[in-house]
Design a protein around this ligand. Structure first.
Ligand SMILES: [Ca+2]
Ligand SMILES: [Ca+2]
Length: 187
């Protein structure tokens, strides 16, 4: 049975799913009627100093694969139409470089400022972790605070703790700085 997390909640993936190797991070969103909104999932692969080891460790719609092959973005969705996952990121835990400490999954709104959009324009948004090999959902985090003026948000992250991986439901916005704000922070 899938586990439902709240903001700040976490789950030890290694203990919960022994032998877990291939994980899919699925992001889905729906907007309020009349607000066409393009959400973008991006991944920041960080070392223990919480920085990108190289520009290529920033995986997004223009760089779909990490250098070690552990992270693969399946491509941009511009409308969020439909109830299934709108953007997906595949992660192979076995391929993650040993120097990696944390993998952030962010979502940001494309051209938020120009279009006057924020997370307040969203009706629903979620992130879920899916075990690709065993074909089952591990956990799900439904964004509980949507009345924000943020254009970017760290939705969730996986963090290395010794030899184990833990998922944390973060849900923290970064104001109107959006995707560029994350790039400025982690490069
Ligand atoms: Ca998109
Ligand atoms: Ca959707």
């Amino acid at each position: 049975m899938s586990i439902s997390l709240k903001k700040g909640g976490s789950l030890n993936l290694t203990k919960e799913v022994p032998g877990l190797k291939k994980v899919m991070f699925g992001l889905g969103w729906e907007m309020k009627p009349g607000t066409p909104l393009d959400l973008d999932a991006s991944v920041f692969i960080l070392n223990s100093k919480l920085k990108l080891p190289s520009d290529e460790h920033f995986v997004f719609y223009n760089n779909l694969r990490s250098p070690d092959g552990s992270i693969q973005h399946t491509g941009d969705n511009r409308t969020g139409f439909g109830d299934d996952d709108d953007e997906m990121i595949l992660c192979n835990l076995d391929l993650i470089d040993a120097a990696v400490f944390e993998i952030l999954i962010t979502v940001s709104i494309h051209e938020a400022e120009a279009r006057g959009h924020s997370f307040g324009s969203l009706k629903d948004a979620y992130i879920r972790l899916y075990d690709v090999e065993n074909k089952r959902e591990i956990l799900r985090y439904d964004l509980d605070e949507k009345n924000t003026t943020d254009a970017g948000m760290v939705f969730g992250k996986i963090q290395k703790q010794g030899t184990e991986w833990r998922f944390i439901a973060v849900g923290e916005g970064n104001g109107m700085s959006g995707l560029q704000g994350f790039v400025d922070k982690y490069v």
